[in-house]
Design a protein around this ligand. Structure first.
Ligand code: GLU
Length: 448
């Protein structure tokens, strides 16, 4: 058996930390197993799906390093869906219903007032041929429901363990709308069987769907005369650091936004690979190393906490631990030399922060004098160029000897005058990059 998994986004919006976790876990599991990772575009909703969203999804996955082995779109497979749905109709498993949305809502309200679950009553199954023709003559078009078995569906979920969905407590799902549009369920089941998907890995918001889909998949296997049910792994959903669900904030947690904010893809994948597992979150730029460590046994059932600060810290660590060579192209595009990078990397959260320090080193920066007289004395003690890694210590010792200042009173005004900032990288590393001339000018309160 070749492990075959799929990530199946609908191109109706952007991908975000919530759904990219499913993409990542599918990818990691495929790579660990030497299997296949399919990107399936669930674009049966032609009104809401756009080519632009699809392009963005592909760009986001590519940026994260989650290359797919195969890809296809559901919109290219309507002929297959028609063949299967005709066969399901012939078997009486797909039946026409004529209720309007208002009629269905009225039924549900009535059930609620009687304390009954709002499950479709299957009135349409009792329609005679004459009644159906009468509806059609009125101009009503049917929508089509799948007839569930009303029995419990049981599977051994790779994350949740034994899971039961009683299809008696679920409405027969509408698979085809009155305008002929396929909803996601049937195409997804047909595709999972036809593409020989071995494992469906996704969020636990799909658990009830899985019960329904297992019944539909069995019917599809029957129609196709071949195929096997996949295994299922439903992971818990992410919550925010405040313990609240993320759904309202997902717009700002899109992968595209994170890319524009200058985050490293490896920070996102390092975090999402381990969130909700029994393993610690560590910076791991090598996706294959994450894949080797991936194991459903380590995945917990509790909601996993997504904390943006943790992501930023991880981003910083990823940058600090990378050798210059790995970042050279991007740094030199930002004008940041190896020497400057080595000096400032400990103070960088995003790569772009290094460019800010380039501005500090190259100038000009606005004067920031705490004690003009003290700084003027210091200016006279700046050694001549070329400054070296030892120059700072020699300079500070000279200023101390001349002024008697020590500790914070010695260092703080110097740092502030030389960099315009209260905090920052080791002055010993940054002083030679500023150079003697600019250092003197800044200490004298000039814009330099
Ligand atoms: N298009 C579905 C979604 O984005 C796919 C769910 C699944 O993985 O089956 O929710």
């Amino acid at each position: 058996m070749t492990v075959t998994v799929r990530f199946a986004p609908s191109p109706t919006g952007k991908i975000h930390v919530g759904n990219v976790r499913a993409a990542l876990w599918n990818w990691l599991f495929a790579r660990k197993s030497g299997g296949k990772f399919i990107l399936r575009i669930d674009d049966t909703d032609v009104e809401r799906s756009t080519a632009d969203n699809e392009d963005r999804i592909r760009a986001d996955l590519t940026w994260l390093g989650l290359a797919w082995d195969e890809t296809f779109s559901q919109s290219a497979r309507f002929a297959d869906y028609d063949v299967v749905s005709d066969a399901l109709r012939a078997k009486g498993l797909l039946y026409p219903c004529f209720e309007t949305a208002e009629e269905l809502e009225r039924k549900r309200r009535l059930q609620r007032t009687r304390g009954l679950p709002p499950v479709y009553d299957r009135a349409a199954l009792a329609l005679t041929a004459a009644q159906k023709s009468a509806f059609e003559a009125e101009g009503r078009k049917p929508h089509w429901r799948f007839k569930l078995s009303c029995a419990p569906v049981v599977w051994n979920d790779l994350i949740r363990g034994e899971t039961i969905v009683d299809t008696a407590s679920v409405s027969d799902p509408v698979l085809i709308r009155e305008d002929g549009m396929y909803l996601y369920t049937l195409p997804s089941c047909i595709d999972d069987i036809d593409a020989k998907i071995t494992h469906v890995i996704r969020g636990e918001d799909h658990v009830t769907n899985a019960g329904v889909q297992i019944e539909i998949m069995k019917a599809v296997i029957d129609v196709r005369g071949a195929g096997a049910l996949p295994e299922f792994a439903h992971h818990s959903l992410l919550i925010g650091a405040d313990g609240q669900g993320l759904s309202k904030r997902l717009g700002s947690l899109s992968i595209e936004q994170m890319r524009m904010d200058g985050l490293e893809p490896a920070a996102i994948t390092s975090l999402l690979a381990k969130l909700g597992t029994s393993e610690p979150v560590l910076p791991e730029p090598d996706l294959m190393a994450l894949a080797r460590g991936f194991d459903f046994e380590k995945v917990g059932r509790a909601p996993a906490r997504f904390d943006e600060n943790e992501l930023l810290q991880l981003n910083a660590k990823i940058l600090h631990e990378q050798p210059y060579a790995a970042l050279a192209a991007r740094l030199s595009a930002a004008g940041v030399s190896e020497k400057l990078w080595e000096a400032v990397k400990g103070n960088v959260v995003r790569l772009a922060d290094a460019a800010e320090w380039k501005g500090v080193v190259d100038g000009a920066i606005d004067p920031a004098l705490e004690d003009a007289a003290f700084c003027a004395k210091a200016a006279a003690l700046v050694p001549n160029d070329p400054l070296t890694d030892q120059s700072w210590d020699a300079f500070v010792a000279a200023v101390k000897a001349e002024t008697g200042a020590k500790g914070k009173a010695l260092f703080h005004p110097l740092r502030l005058a030389l960099t315009g900032r209260e905090k920052g990288p080791e002055m010993a590393a940054i002083f030679p990059l500023i150079g003697a001339e600019k250092a003197r000018a800044r200490l004298k309160g000039a814009r330099a």
